[in-house]
Design a protein around this ligand. Structure first.
Ligand code: TXA
Ligand code: MG
Length: 370
């Protein structure tokens, strides 16, 4: 395993210190790994033209080599050195959404290291809306390959401390630029298929993309959720973004829903489980007497706030060593679809409808299996 003494620098996100940026870039040029903030989540960066450096990303994240990573650019003109046969729509979307949380999948340029795209002939690229990575790319001649800077399967990091918790002593430099403003990863849009297709919902909403793309498609996994129905087979999605605790997701808003949720909690507490609840500000009060750890996500009317806090609160509950985390789903509109995606993945198959009586015995079995 790639092991180093990690250096941590606090960097002003509005006006990054040039000396620190140069130092970080020098490390990247020598094949090192530099973690940096973006507006979505922290990235674990390596020189996108350096096969060895990119292979270190996979090694320290313990990420399977078949999962490709995103190349980060600082200008639209750099697209030419990442991709080839670039369709007009890519330039149009880049003009409109970059810098920002939209990743475009295009045909790969041969200069990009093959492990960046896990051997595929496509490559994912985005221009982050954050001065620290933009400065790093601008002062170097490098493009930065970077997945989220978490251990594979752990929630994505939204602070430098999350990166250090997961990857400390396996990354050369961590640039601490504070909390990520979006807190959820970018939207991944495939422009190599016949219709532009969202592969992963993220920081740019389906609704805003639809305004610019008439034939926009949503990967089949997300269609039902987008239409307001819980996905029938979340097991189809690979496990990702998970807290260590079992995660149970609840839908349903009927009158008795809160009562059913409290009964479920009481049952689990009586079976000796330590319970954590992730609640909206509006709901948090319901759980104050339930003998559980409650963390607040923000107002149910402010999905941006919930998105920003989601991964951080999963990590906070893990630190409290809860066995099970319960959460009620939020709206699946706008940023809500990205939130839903992360929740469904965290919950694997465990989605329960509070509008129906809950079969608690089945739930107990599910938890014991974990
Ligand atoms: O917001 C973000 O996208 C963050 C920041 C650091 O930019 N990065 C991030 O990277 O979330 P990562 O590696 O955790 O997720 C990249 C996603 C994965 O779902 C991967 O499968 C997909 O992008 N992806 C990358 N290259 C692809 C390609 N050539 N074709 C299809 N999907 C691709
Ligand atoms: Mg990731």
């Amino acid at each position: 395993m790639y092991s180093v003494k990690t250096q941590i620098f606090t960097v002003n996100a509005q006006e990054p210190d040039k000396a620190i940026i140069s130092y970080a870039v020098e490390k990247l040029g020598k094949g090192g790994l530099v973690a940096f903030p973006t507006e979505t989540v922290y990235g674990l960066g390596a020189n996108a033209f350096d096969f060895e450096a990119v292979s270190r990303i996979f090694e320290v994240k313990q990420r399977p080599s078949h999962d490709p990573v995103i190349v980060h650019v600082s200008s639209i003109s750099q697209l030419d050195s990442v991709a080839c046969d670039i369709p007009d729509i890519a330039y149009r979307l880049a003009e409109e959404f970059w810098p920002g949380a939209l990743t475009l999948v295009l045909s790969k340029h041969s200069k990009i290291a093959s492990n960046v795209s896990a051997g595929l002939d496509t490559v994912a690229v985005r221009m982050p809306n954050h001065k620290i990575p933009l400065a790093m790319i601008e002062v170097s001649n490098l493009l930065i390959a970077a997945p989220s800077a978490n251990l594979f399967t752990r929630p994505s990091p939204t602070t430098a401390q999350h990166v250090i918790d997961d990857l400390g002593n396996h990354v050369d430099i961590v640039l601490d630029g504070g909390i990520c403003s979006i807190g959820l990863e970018s939207t991944v849009l495939d422009l190599t298929s016949s219709s532009p297709t969202i592969l992963r919902p993220g920081g740019v909403s389906v609704e805003s993309l639809k305004k610019s793309i008439t034939n926009l498609k949503l990967n089949q996994h997300y269609v039902d959720t987008y239409n307001g129905i819980a996905m029938p087979s979340p097991g189809m999605l690979s496990k990702h973004y998970s807290p260590r605790a079992s995660f149970l997701l609840f839908t349903g808003n009927c009158e008795g829903a809160t009562r059913r949720l409290l009964e479920t909690i009481a049952f689990l507490v009586s079976h000796g489980y330590k319970i954590g609840v992730m609640a909206t500000d509006e709901d948090a009060g319901y759980f104050s007497e339930a003998g559980v750890e409650v963390v607040k996500l923000g107002s149910e009317n402010n999905l941006s706030e919930i998105g920003q806090n989601l991964f951080a609160q999963m990590r906070n509950l893990d630190k409290l060593n809860v066995d099970i985390i319960l959460m009620r789903a939020v709206s699946s509109h706008g940023l809500g679809l990205a939130i839903w995606d992360r929740l469904i993945r965290a919950a694997e198959q465990h989605v329960y409808d509070l509008d129906e009586p809950i079969n608690i015995d089945i739930m107990d079995e599910v938890i014991k299996q974990k």
